[in-house]
Design a protein around this ligand. Structure first.
Ligand SMILES: NC(=O)C1=CN([C@@H]2O[C@H](COP(=O)(O)OP(=O)(O)OC[C@H]3O[C@@H](n4cnc5c(N)ncnc54)[C@H](O)[C@@H]3O)[C@@H](O)[C@H]2O)C=CC1
Ligand SMILES: CC(C)CC(=O)C(=O)O
Length: 329
């Protein structure tokens, strides 16, 4: 029995999360599902984007299914997503990107770097502190090496050590950990790495990098799969994990039924893998592939289907593959 907290959030979050939740309920109708209200709309209505009570509920969850949150560029508003990652210490942000001829796992440090939240404004300048700690770097480096060991044993370290002291520190620690783990490495400056991943995705296995670089790299890499509507992510801590699409709240398409729910549904596939149910995770991926092959696609993939239609098609492929297996006698 798992406690799953469900936070649809803002914009297209409440449109894509229902499809993902139905897929999760298909596999686990017996789990406890606890909805929570948080985010920018919640802030506008209540003055609080993340209440203490909601935070406590999140802290008690085994698993969290998260939509997306609008974060306006308003100095008085603090990102709920970043706060949750920090408060729950979800230090590893995994962003798999795969397709014909490539299978990449981006491992992004998730609690510090340029998103450390240490910022201040002076009379004529604003400052953001980029924190790269030994503990933070070592644990993400070890995590990435662990992933590489279970894959093709190669680690690319995305960095900007040529100009940032904090990145040469990060790089050294990653290299030490890779050497201890017996993993081969490549060091690549993040700017050229972004282009190379798009041009030669097949060259990459696990890529580890700092917070903002991982954020940018994964959005760019979404191009390889058809766009932001396709990529899921897992935010992993010591005892809990939060699953959310890589995309944001997409206010430009919100409320129109245009949002692609595949990234959110793939979050369920990641979640099932996380709890050790790999065959079910593969079933979800197969149902997605069949749905796309049937031409049931939202406009970002060149189709005309609605968010709900895609969700229903995935679910019906799952249901028919269960029927084909026969009764559970
Ligand atoms: N984890 C989170 O909660 C994140 C929140 N955000 C927030 O989301 C808001 C919007 O940010 P943007 O930079 O516009 O990024 P975005 O990811 O929301 O949208 C970028 C573009 O991709 C499209 N898109 C995104 N998801 C899609 C989907 N599922 N199906 C079809 N098209 C999709 C959008 O329509 C838009 O044109 C901002 O307030 C930002 O801070 C952004 C990224 C992550
Ligand atoms: C609010 C942002 C830091 C979230 C984001 O862009 C992301 O993690 O993908």
């Amino acid at each position: 029995m798992k406690r799953v907290v469900v936070a649809p959030g803002d914009g297209i979050g409440p449109e894509v999360i229902p499809s993902a939740l139905e897929v999760l309920r298909f596999f686990h109708p017996e789990w406890e599902y606890i909805p929570v209200y948080l985010g920018y709309e919640c802030w506008k209505r209540t003055g609080d984007a993340l209440s203490q009570r909601t935070l406590e509920t999140l802290k008690k969850a085994d698993l969290i299914l998260f939509g997306a949150i609008t974060t306006p560029p308003d100095p008085k508003y603090h990102s709920v997503v970043l706060r949750i990652r920090k408060e729950l210490d979800l230090y590893a942000n995994l962003r798999p990107v795969f397709g014909e001829g490539f299978d990449i796992l981006i491992v992004r440090e998730n609690t510090e770097g340029l998103y450390s939240g240490i910022e201040w404004q002076e009379k004529d300048r604003a400052c953001t502190l980029r924190v790269v700690s030994e503990a933070g770097s070592r644990r993400i480096a070890r995590f990435a090496c662990g992933c590489a060991k279970r894959r093709r044993r190669h680690l690319t370290i995305g960095n900007k050590a040529n100009v940032l002291k904090s990145d040469s520190y990060f790089l050294d620690i990653c290299m030490e950990e890779a050497e201890k783990a017996g993993i081969s490495i490549d060091k690549k400056y993040i700017d050229s790495l972004v282009l190379d991943v798009l041009q030669h995705p097949g060259r990459y296995d696990v890529i580890v990098t700092t917070n903002i670089f991982g954020d940018i790299l994964s959005d760019a890499a979404a191009f390889l799969e058809g766009g932001l509507g396709m990529l899921p992510s897992a935010n992993i801590g010591r005892h809990q994990a939060l699953f959310e699409p890589v995309h944001g709240s997409a206010p430009d398409i919100a409320g129109k039924g245009l949002a692609n729910p595949i990234a959110a549904i793939r979050c369920v596939s990641l979640l099932l893998k996380y709890v050790g149910e790999k065959p079910s995770a593969i079933e979800v991926e197969k149902a997605i592939q069949k749905t796309i092959a049937d031409g049931i696609k939202t406009p970002d993939l060149g189709g005309t289907a609605t968010t709900e239609e895609v969700g229903r098609a995935v679910l019906s492929h799952l249901a028919s593959s269960k029927k084909a297996e026969g009764p559970d006698l």
